[in-house]
Design a protein around this ligand. Structure first.
Ligand code: GLA
Length: 406
């Protein structure tokens, strides 16, 4: 443990930090975030519409409100890295880049709130953010106070340029300072991700006590290989972290990238359905000003959203994988079960699949299976009659099953 961590640990002991208790995240958060689509584009002269700026954030808030996203539950509008000026001010306070955020963060958050949305921001636990801007090390209390003063509702707290051994005490300390402001601030952490990729073990119970959301794996990128790799990691590690998800705190497989350049329609269906099964945050990163109607319809599909937001908050897991077909299962409220059949194969023709109740580990004699994207087509599956379907390459079928009691 470094001296910094010792000091933070002592501070926690003296002040009686005992975990997160902010009443938030009863279901996975929903919103929009700059990073995957807009990255660290700071060149507003060359690219005024897409650079990280108050203009970009306001125009996304406008679309969230006017294009139906807010009405189906997307509520947070979050700026990721690259919003800061290169130095703190003379009082040690964070300042936004003056050219890109000329009205200041408080005005921007007021604007987002005026659209009946919530406002989120990014900082980093270490000396500098991943993009090289001032980090919160040695300034956590000051920064938590700035965020509260500015009306921030959500903090994404990254872990670049820091000491991995300081994470538990440091992330706890920031949670404490956020709570101490008296403002309800959703707390999203990257603590497990850096630990996992550097081969450290993770105390998920401590993470859950501290954070409302925690990233476990690499950044999502705009491709099928990235999305399917994240799904694979989740499937292979369900036993390790699934049980920590539930009302108050969630595992984070990263942003929804529907509407960008890299996914086909089938692949977009996969991401949306799998994020529902995994009780994942529905935080989009895309350009809401330029959405294909098919992507928008998937993002706003109330049936998928209601599976994602199911109030029991049980994260689904992979129950079988064979010949490139993954079967996933999530227990839902009202004795329903969501089941997904994902075809990873690229061989160009839809796969015919047939499963008995025993294959699906369903123990009663009759179930009603309803296709879950539209909730229009149902069929009975019994001990004599298997569940049958075609699944497109890089595609998915999702059902809600309900036991029929004779
Ligand atoms: C890390 C995070 C990303 C994003 C960038 C910003 O890579 O994992 O989600 O926040 O930093 O620099």
């Amino acid at each position: 443990m470094t001296w910094g961590a010792v000091i933070v640990a002592l501070w926690c002991a003296v002040t009686g930090i005992n975990g997160l208790d902010n009443g938030l995240a009863l279901t996975p958060p929903m919103g929009w975030l700059t990073w995957e689509r807009f990255r660290c584009n700071t060149n507003c002269e060359r690219d005024p519409e897409n650079c990280i700026s108050e203009h970009l954030v306001k125009s996304m808030a406008d679309r969230m409100a006017s294009e139906g996203y807010r009405d189906v539950g997307y509520e947070y509008v979050i700026i990721d890295d690259c919003w800061l000026a290169s130095e703190r001010d003379q009082n040690g306070r964070l300042v936004p880049d003056p050219n890109r955020f000329p009205s200041g963060i408080k005005n921007l958050s007021d604007y987002v709130h005026s659209k009946k949305l919530k406002f989120g921001i990014y900082e980093d636990f270490g000396k500098k953010t991943c993009g090289g801007y001032p980090g919160s090390e040695f300034y956590m209390q000051t920064d938590a106070e700035s965020f509260a003063d500015w009306g921030v509702d959500y903090l994404k707290f990254d872990g670049c340029n820091s000491n991995l051994y300081d994470f538990p005490a440091g992330y706890e300390a920031m949670g404490f300072f956020l709570n101490k402001t008296g403002r309800q601030i959703f707390y999203s952490c990257e603590w497990p991700f850096y630990k996992i990729v550097y081969g450290h073990s993770v105390d998920f119970a401590a993470v859950r006590k501290t954070c409302n959301l925690w990233r476990n794996y690499y950044d999502v990128e705009d491709s099928w290989s990235s999305v399917s790799d994240i799904i694979k990691f989740w499937g292979n590690n369900s036993d390790i972290f699934n049980k920590y998800a539930g009302p108050g705190g969630w595992n984070d497989p990263d942003m929804l990238i529907l509407g960008n350049f890299g996914l086909s329609y089938e692949e977009e269906r996969v991401q949306m359905a799998m994020w529902a099964i995994m009780a994942a945050p529905l935080i989009m990163s895309n350009d809401l000003r330029r959405m294909r109607s098919s992507s928008k319809a998937l993002l706003q599909n109330r049936n998928l959203i209601s599976i994602n937001q199911d109030k029991l908050g049980i994260q689904g897991s992979m129950i079988q994988k064979q010949n490139g077909i993954q079967i996933w299962r999530r227990e839902l409220s009202m004795n329903r079960i969501a089941m997904a059949f994902l075809n990873e194969n690229s061989d160009g023709t839809p796969r015919f699949l047939s499963f008995s109740l025993v294959d699906l580990k369903l123990t009663s004699s009759t179930y009603n299976f309803t296709e879950a994207f539209d909730m229009k087509m149902s069929s009975l599956v019994t001990e004599q009659k298997p569940l049958e379907m075609y699944v497109n390459p890089h595609g998915i079928q999702l059902f809600v099953a309900r036991e029929i009691v004779a």
